[in-house]
Design a protein around this ligand. Structure first.
Ligand code: IPM
Ligand code: MG
Length: 316
């Protein structure tokens, strides 16, 4: 526990983001109060409204404040029909992931009870896995370009970036987690049967890192097979490690396994460093604003991950 009071920042963002974050902050404050832990909260006015008002997405001063002053950032949701380019979401969400080098996107998939388990013949006990999604590379870096845009001869290239360092560190994070949390296995998912360069790197790095953890079962699935088996035999999966885009897709599938996107939490982390960025997997759901139907569970579970990341023990 740090000597100075904990300091958290929130970014409510768009749509239902501010509503679910208000509930998550109230919940977290209750946990902190019960343990006599002092904490400050700074609520940042960032999101589509701010962007439309003065053009700010994530300014340098706010970024420096987040980087240097806070222990965790709790983010609601970003996405607004008035900003079709999604520029603010790219700058704030992806900007924080990249600029803080939060290379682990940690997404637990836990089904809370049998009655919300959507799979016939399965129970909540069959669904208990954690996805380690690589969060700073892959198809999310914007490397590429367009040539003759808007003409019939247009060429648009989106390059998938895989570095030895980046691949190795997410693989290692998955094994370290499995090792320290009593998990039985780590499954690495790629598409090496079609993608010969980048995913060959994943294959080689996985074999090397797995060899350092001989007591943990390491196995591989092509991502399409994994998507099928997460539905047909979820009990097979424990820790899953994969690249940025595949992790994005698989964790929406995972959200459905948990009984809905309103329950899926995530932590963007650079192990050993603060702040992490904590956010529900869901979007801004503009149609639910003010209806009282927005489920705050994912935001609360994300706040739980934030408290745990700074050493607060959360009961339950
Ligand atoms: C997520 C979201 C984001 C992503 C979007 C909003 C850019 O889908 O956190 O899963 O693709 O990472
Ligand atoms: Mg997603």
């Amino acid at each position: 526990m740090s000597a100075r009071p904990l300091h958290f920042a929130t970014i409510g963002g768009d749509g239902i983001g501010p509503e679910v974050i208000a509930k998550a902050v109230a919940w977290a404050q209750g946990v902190l109060d019960a343990q006599g832990i002092e904490a400050r909260w700074t609520h940042l006015d960032l999101g589509a409204d701010r962007y439309l008002r003065d053009g700010t997405t994530l300014d340098d001063a706010t970024f420096a404040f987040l980087r240097d002053e806070v222990d965790g950032i709790l983010l609601g949701a970003l996405g607004d029909p008035r900003v079709p380019s999604n520029q603010h979401a790219k700058d704030i969400l992806l900007g924080l992931r990249f600029r803080l080098d939060l290379y682990v996107n940690f997404r637990p998939i836990v089904c809370p009870s049998d009655d919300v388990c959507p799979l016939k013949g399965k129970t909540a006990a069959d669904i208990d896995m954690v996805v380690f999604r690589e969060n700073t590379e892959g198809l999310y870096t914007g490397v590429g370009g367009q040539f003759k845009r808007g003409t019939p001869d247009e060429v648009s290239i989106e390059a998938e970036l895989n570095t030895r360092k980046g691949v190795e560190r997410i693989l290692r994070a998955a094994f370290v987690y499995a090792d320290t949390h009593g998990r039985r296995s780590v499954c690495m998912a790629d598409k090496a049967n079609a993608m010969r360069h980048g995913h060959d790197l994943w294959q080689r790095a996985f074999a090397e890192v797995a060899a350092e953890y001989p007591h943990i079962r390491a196995f591989h699935r092509y991502v399409d097979v994994l998507a099928m088996e997460m539905v047909s035999s979820p009990e097979t999966y424990d820790v899953i490690v994969t690249n940025n885009l595949f992790g994005d897709i698989l964790t929406d599938l995972g959200a459905a396994l948990q009984g809905g996107i309103g329950r899926a939490a995530s932590a963007n982390l650079h192990p050993g460093k603060r702040p992490g960025l904590f956010e529900p997997v869901h979007g801004s759901a503009p149609d639910l604003v003010g209806t009282g139907l927005a489920d705050p569970t994912a935001a609360i579970e994300s706040a739980r991950l934030m408290l745990e990341s700074v050493g607060v023990e959360v009961p339950g």
